[in-house]
Design a protein around this ligand. Structure first.
Ligand code: GTP
Ligand code: MG
Length: 328
């Protein structure tokens, strides 16, 4: 018996189909698919029938049908320039406290995409994370998004005392500011990836108004776990998947994702520039806005915008202060 499949177009995350919506796919098959690495519709949509058969034991005909349905559901079509233009109008910003930096970013750190800072030890990447975690909570008229924050901390560098300092200087209730930040310590790269996937539950199931997701640092676990050339492809693949999940969150929930990234610590003749970010093209392509941070004169910091699709390249200076970050 053929079952008619109702295919809804994806307009909001609420009616987003999942693997279980595929014909011939129940809970146990979803489990098998996920275990074999086909954890979402996109993975099924781009799989071959043979791969799905191997993963689940279903017949080839059913596998083909599932792949076809996944492709339909994903709405893998084109949008018009107008649609993209309209969508860009919904982009919101979190201001940083530095007018110059906000100007460089055309209003602040923007929703719908990933903003990455990379730079050496002490260049201010985590400090900007703390500042954004507080400022995201400000009402829009004060340059925030009136939202809550997820802080995925991979290096135990989250400092609640710093949140208290920044919130106090913004005349916010520091306890409230801390309460609005959900902190998760990621113990390894798999855990980090899982935490990113769980953010959606916080929004959908727990009803939190998450407007900023921070991953500090994006690459440290991946870098530590995948050493040597043999495993580099595997690392890049996982990093790509992780960033896809973050991008999707940013896009679907109109929120900001802020990630930090290290640079190669020593000059390496094979990889060239000592200020090159970790993660290579994968991280570069997935980050909509990339900022290179370095220490400037007299304790200042310099932010340089790199390869933005919308904004002209440029740089500005700022200072890290008790209250957060400020113009020089
Ligand atoms: P890694 O994570 O080690 O790669 O570095 P990072 O880029 O994350 O550096 P981070 O953002 O932690 O910057 C640390 C620096 O911020 C310190 O060396 C201080 O110079 C500065 N800093 C931190 N807290 C304060 C503060 O309360 N006041 C001032 N003026 N500076 C601060
Ligand atoms: Mg840091």
């Amino acid at each position: 018996m053929e079952q008619e499949l109702e295919i809804k177009s994806i307009k909001s995350m609420k009616d987003t189909p999942t693997l279980e919506d595929l014909p011939g796919v129940g809970a146990s098959t979803v489990e098998k698919l996920s275990a074999a690495g086909f954890g979402d519709l996109m993975a099924v949509a781009v799989a071959t029938p043979g791969e799905i058969v191997d993963a689940t034991g279903m017949t080839e005909a059913v596998a083909k049908k599932a792949i076809h349905a996944a492709r339909e559901m994903l709405d893998m079509g084109f949008s018009s320039g107008i649609d993209v233009y309209e969508k860009r109008k919904n982009v919101l910003h979190i201001t940083t406290g530095s007018k110059e930096l906000d100007k460089l970013l055309n209003g602040g750190v923007e929703t719908t995409g990933i903003t990455e800072t990379y730079g050496q030890y002490g260049s201010g990447k985590s400090q900007i994370g703390h500042v954004l975690a507080v400022r995201a909570q400000l009402p829009p008229e004060k340059g925030g998004l009136g939202g809550q924050v997820v802080y995925i901390d991979t290096e135990s560098t989250f400092r609640p005392e710093r949140i208290v300092e920044i919130a106090t200087s913004l005349k916010m209730d520091p306890e409230e500011a801390l309460r609005n930040i959900k902190i998760a310590r990621a113990y390894n790269s798999d855990h980090q990836m899982l935490l990113a996937e769980k953010v959606e539950d916080l929004i959908k199931k727990d009803g939190l108004n998450i407007k900023l997701v921070i991953v500090d640092s994006l690459t440290s676990h991946f870098r530590a776990e995948y050493v040597g050339r043999g495993t580099l492809a595997g690392r890049q693949q996982k990093l790509n998947k992780h960033m896809h999940i973050l991008s999707k969150l940013a896009d679907m929930y109109n929120l900001c994702v802020y990630v930090t990234n290290q640079v190669m610590s020593k000059p390496d003749q094979f990889f060239g520039d000592p200020t090159e970010a970790i993660g290579g093209h994968i991280v570069g392509h997935n980050s909509q806005t990339r900022i290179y941070l370095r220490k400037g004169k007299k304790g200042t910091r310099v932010a340089k915008l790199v390869d933005s699709p919308y904004l002209p390249d440029g740089e500005c200076g700022f200072m890290i202060t008790v209250g957060g970050i400020e113009d020089i």
